[in-house]
Write a protein of this length. Structure first.
Length: 231
């Protein structure tokens, strides 16, 4: 699957994400008119990502957020109690995006070789679709337990695929936890260092395909390689 096909299945607009946040937090958000709340949440998230990129979330003040969104401080507090709550909302939503979509991908592919390829590409494609959420989560929530749990969860998926593949003779034996960790780090390269790949004129499909080929060259057993070559 290439990025265009992936986007048709898993793509979502900022408005869609904000609507999901509203529905998941109706018990704490004081605004009852859905369209108003969704539009304002979209403005809030866009402003948070912009300010955080410029000077960091911790340095961002509520006044900064008020100026960027054009909303009063009182209006902002109708959506969250403070920066801690706002961080938790963003963190939770980012986690839900990744978890839900990766679970769908896992259900669609069964053989370990195809599953590994699909998961590697899916994570890269998701980070392209939702880059502000991925970048913010990595840069501003590295020490938050939810962020650590999210990374651990994604890494465990890779480890389980590699172990299952070894059992079936698809992958070589080895330190699968370490391999999964290295795959995760390379996936993060795409959204953390976009400037580098833009300079090289590398598309998201080229990056994902190259990463898959690297991992296949390292992980596939000799028997699987022979089958792939038609020997």
């Amino acid at each position: 699957m290439d990025y265009r096909a992936f986007k048709k299945i898993y793509g979502a607009s900022n408005n869609d994400i904000s609507r999901e946040v509203y529905k998941n937090n109706q018990n704490t958000i004081q605004i009852k008119k859905e369209e108003t709340a969704v539009n304002n949440l979209e403005k809030i998230f866009d402003a948070v990502f912009h300010i955080s990129y410029k000077k960091g979330f911790q340095a961002m003040s509520m006044r900064d957020l008020s100026q960027r969104t054009g909303m009063s401080l009182g209006s902002l507090y109708a959506y969250f109690k403070g920066k801690k709550d706002l961080l938790e909302i963003i963190q939770t939503q980012g986690w839900m995006i990744i978890k839900k979509d990766l679970e769908q991908v896992l259900k669609a592919y069964d053989p370990p070789g195809e599953r590994l390829k699909a998961i590697i590409k899916a994570h890269v494609f998701l980070s392209e679709l939702f880059r502000p959420w991925f970048y913010f989560t990595f840069m501003e929530a590295r020490n938050i337990e939810a962020a650590k749990s999210m990374e651990d969860h994604n890494q465990k998926i890779l480890t389980q695929i590699l172990k299952a593949g070894e059992t079936q003779g698809v992958f070589k034996s080895g330190d699968h936890d370490l391999t999964a960790s290295m795959i995760k780090a390379m996936q993060q390269e795409w959204y953390l260092k976009r400037w580098k790949y833009k300079k090289l004129n590398i598309s998201v499909d080229q990056f994902a395909d190259h990463l898959v080929r690297l991992m296949e060259a390292f992980c596939l057993s000799q028997e699987s390689t022979k089958v792939g070559k038609g020997e």
